[in-house]
Design a protein around this ligand. Structure first.
Ligand SMILES: [Zn+2]
Length: 258
């Protein structure tokens, strides 16, 4: 019979596959470690090594020679625990070394620094655009708007990339408390929505979690997965069609004008 005592964990429950963005995942308001009422959210964070595929997509799968440099990617969830377990967690939590903060700031600045410069340019051009608007110079305004949009996209992308590239530096080792919860990286491929596997030490908690996310349970052969596979095939056909069209056009032009 499974025990709910935190010191004697019940056998690990089967993985639960859930799709959705991190903020859409629901965690029951009972403690994953001991099933008491949970009102203290703790951050459970993990770092994964991601591989960049030759086709530009990312994955956590290893072993294929089509995959090139890997980079660390941190994912985290705020999960409610009971006060007693939160205290144990606090006692076990290690402090980050100064070098980790330094590395975090360095990696963040490498990306976000140029991003902030781009956003400063947006502010500068924004003033110019306001002047053009007041003078009714519509052509200039349209052109400058394009430039502003370009710098804004670059700036926001770099700030986001900086956060993604650096946050793993702040991930602390898990404690005996947060180890009650485990999850994989995003396992989606192609057009599938983000989905992960969650594993809980406590089978009763796993059941409650599955119940709280019953509308998001991911089935690898379900209708959503089939639609994603179908969209992938369609995109490949469209790309093939475009390549054939361009190749055909070039051949025609060469035969016609040579
Ligand atoms: Zn607890």
């Amino acid at each position: 019979m499974p025990s709910h005592s935190p010191n004697v964990p019940s056998e690990t429950a089967a993985p639960i596959r859930v799709s959705g963005w991190d903020w859409q995942i629901r965690f029951p308001t009972v403690c994953p470690r001991c099933l008491q009422a949970a009102h203290t959210p703790l951050t459970v964070a993990k770092t994964f090594l991601r591989f960049t595929n030759v086709d530009g997509t990312s994955s956590s799968e290893s072993g294929s020679n089509r995959q090139i440099p890997r980079y660390p990617y941190a994912a985290s969830f705020r999960i409610p625990f009971c006060q007693a377990c939160a205290s144990v967690h606090a006692a076990e939590t290690q402090h980050l070394a100064f070098s980790s903060y330094f590395k975090f700031a360095w990696v963040l600045l490498t990306y976000a620094g140029p991003g902030l410069v781009a956003l400063a340019c947006v502010q500068l051009f924004g003033k110019g655009a306001l002047g053009l608007l007041l003078r009714g110079e519509w052509l200039g305004l349209a052109l400058l708007s394009g430039v502003i949009l370009f710098f804004l996209s670059i700036g926001l992308w770099l700030v986001r990339a900086g956060w993604i590239a650096s946050r793993h530096c702040l991930v602390l080792p898990q404690t005996s408390v947060t180890k009650a919860v485990d999850f994989t990286d995003d396992l989606s491929t192609g057009f599938e929505p983000v989905w992960r596997e969650f594993v809980f030490r406590n089978a009763r908690y796993a059941h409650l979690f599955a119940e709280a996310n019953r509308h998001r349970i991911w089935q690898t052969d379900g209708p959503q997965a089939q639609r994603a596979a179908w969209l992938g095939k369609l995109l490949r056909l469209v790309l093939l069609g475009m390549v054939l069209l361009v190749a055909g056009g070039c051949l025609w032009a060469w035969l016609r004008f040579r």
